[in-house]
Design a binder for this molecule. Structure first.
Ligand code: ATP
Ligand code: MG
Length: 270
């Protein structure tokens, strides 16, 4: 039975770059001719869904053939009854099983807040990637930091959510989720704050079992690409109509490093 790899992008903090990263991973695998399905669990906000719709519109308007994933949008209920929750969970599990059976990769984008399907997605994750803005405020969901000594006091709320999901996964006899915490929007100049965050992430990673990754720099191009539904992997090709610039090249290299770090093949150019 073919079993696609499930990659979940998650964090209990909003605005850290989850949907942007999800879209780039989808396109990375599609460009490599993999079968890819995507799921937007943040249906209310729908950023990933809109990103994909923008791509379809751009593709149609310019008469170009841009790859698109099989995409599902899921809107989670706000106050479900016990029965509604069970129904939604069963539907989610069924959909995920089908997508996994029919695709090489299933990429799940999640909202920046806890919820019943959010938790289920974390249990299903073969790989979990958590983007994190480079600040102590964002680190708070991962760890409580002692203000005087600047050391880790205890794991934060999201680290506990992941721990619980891993417990459930172990009960299902599935291999442990490989968890990566990725710094996003890193400034180009190295600061004391940046070094501190890296040191704290390394210490926390050893404690709660994740691998910290250097991640993506702060670049305006990510915001510009969204409206056209394009990614770093499309620019520079005749069909996209967007010229390649130095920031694109640098960001693409960072993306490749992420794929390498999570163990994916990066041996040929997109
Ligand atoms: N590396 C980056 N450089 C510059 N801007 C970025 C970068 N990554 C993401 N952004 C921008 O940050 C904003 C938030 O990104 P995104 O929507 O991907 O985050 P999110 O974690 O999915 O947010 P939410 O929790 O609301 O779903 C967007 O405007 C996006 O273009
Ligand atoms: Mg999002």
């Amino acid at each position: 039975m073919p079993k696609g790899k499930i990659i979940v992008i998650g964090n209990e903090k909003g605005g850290t770059g989850k949907s942007t990263l999800a879209m780039h991973l989808i396109m990375w695998f599609l460009r490599r001719k993999k079968l890819v399905a995507s799921m937007d669990l943040d249906g209310r906000q729908g950023t990933l869904t809109h990103y994909i719709q923008n791509r379809a519109s751009y593709s149609a308007a310019h008469g170009i053939d841009l790859e698109l994933p099989e995409h599902l949008t899921v809107t989670v209920r706000e106050n479900p009854t016990e029965e509604e929750r069970r129904t939604d969970e069963a539907a989610f599990t069924d959909q995920l099983e089908r997508l996994q059976a029919e695709n090489d990769f299933v990429i799940i984008d999640t909202p920046g807040a806890d919820g019943y399907l959010f938790r289920l997605a974390h249990v299903a994750a073969d790989i979990l990637i958590t983007p994190l803005n480079d600040s102590l405020i964002d680190l708070d969901v991962l760890a409580k930091v002692e203000p005087e000594t600047l050391t880790i006091k205890s794991p934060g709320h999201y680290a506990q959510t992941v721990w619980q999901a891993r417990q459930k996964r172990a009960a299902l006899k599935k291999p442990q989720t490989r968890w990566f915490v990725l710094r996003n929007r890193v400034m180009h100049v190295s600061t004391r704050n940046e070094k501190l965050i890296w040191r704290l992430l390394e210490a926390l990673g050893k404690r709660v079992n994740f691998t910290p990754l250097p991640g993506l720099g702060e670049r305006i191009i990510f915001r510009e690409l969204f409206l056209k539904g394009l990614t770093l992997l499309d620019v520079g090709s005749v069909r996209s109509g967007v010229a390649l610039s130095m920031p694109h090249v640098a960001a693409r290299q960072e993306l490749r490093s992420i794929l390498q770090a999570i163990g994916e093949d990066t041996s040929f150019e997109s």
